[in-house]
Design a binder for this molecule. Structure first.
Ligand SMILES: [Zn+2]
Length: 276
């Protein structure tokens, strides 16, 4: 075959490959690569600088949260929140903190911060406690409750037909993305992703997640949370999960929107309104 012939063959193969990509839809093709923990080679496709995330350090001021083994929850959440903020800023994401110091905020005030700036995602950080010393591990919460106003606004944003039935599972996608990475990176006990009635995830319009980063009442977990290496590992995993969600959503704005199908039953009883 002549050089020109070879060149034409290569062009034809490229066109065929492109057509296959279009047929499969690009977001699906990149799905496996998005799951990678490394910085994806196609990062130029997405501009995370357009993304705005609100990080909420749980409790603060007169509300100390839970405590154990010399640690106070409000201090650990703020420490972790600043580490996640740093990781996200390094990846080019804009971050707004509900608090950057030891101050008290009502739960709805935290939601309002995210709602008023139309954040792309909201993450609330907490630590857990138990009367027994054994419980340990990470659990992550979202809320399946949506107001009619939220549904109408989302329908408009995604240009979905007025009469179409759809279910917003973006918060489940976000929760699973950062939960899985957090458990894997820290080797902490996986206590699951759960539906909840927590106000901070229920009253926030954008996809919102609350992560209980470990038990202060478990001596081993408390010791881990006293060390900077463990907290950095956890913060990096949380930031990786958030960025995975942001990239996937940018590639496909309807990622996590289930049209015309019933939502997957979660099967876990809703938690109380106030997280530990
Ligand atoms: Zn808490």
């Amino acid at each position: 075959m002549s050089t020109l012939g070879t060149f034409r063959s290569l062009l034809s193969m490229g066109a065929l490959f492109g057509a296959v990509l279009c047929f499969l839809e690009v977001p699906l093709v990149f799905e496996h690569q998005i799951d990678s923990d490394s910085v994806p080679p196609y990062a130029w496709l997405n501009d995370l600088k357009r993304c705005l995330v609100v990080i909420d350090a749980g409790h603060g001021g007169k509300d100390g949260g839970t405590a154990g083994h010399g640690l106070q929850e409000k201090n650990v959440t703020l420490d972790l929140a600043k580490r996640v903020e740093k990781q996200l800023i390094e990846r080019g994401v804009k971050v707004s903190m509900t608090r950057s110091a030891d101050e008290f905020l009502e739960l709805d005030e935290r939601c309002d911060i995210a709602n008023n700036i139309s954040a792309d995602a909201f993450l609330s950080l907490h630590l857990n406690a138990s009367l027994a010393p054994e419980p340990n591990g990470i659990e992550t919460y979202f809320s399946s409750k949506r107001t009619l106003g939220d549904i109408t606004a989302l329908r408009k944003k995604l240009s979905l037909p007025a009469e179409s039935e759809f279910h917003d599972q973006r918060n489940v996608f976000l929760a699973e993305a950062l939960h899985r990475r957090s458990c894997r990176a820290t080797e902490a006990e996986d206590r699951g992703v759960r539906d909840s009635n927590f106000i901070v995830v229920m009253h926030t319009v954008c996809p919102a997640v609350l992560i209980e980063c470990g038990y202060l009442t478990n001596v081993a977990e408390a010791e881990n949370l006293k060390g900077t290496a463990y907290k950095d590992k956890l913060a990096r995993a949380i930031a990786d999960g958030l960025c995975h969600y942001l990239r996937a959503t940018q590639l496909n704005p309807q990622r996590g929107i289930i049209i015309g199908a019933a939502p997957k039953p979660n099967g876990v009883a809703p938690a109380a309104e106030k997280p530990d």
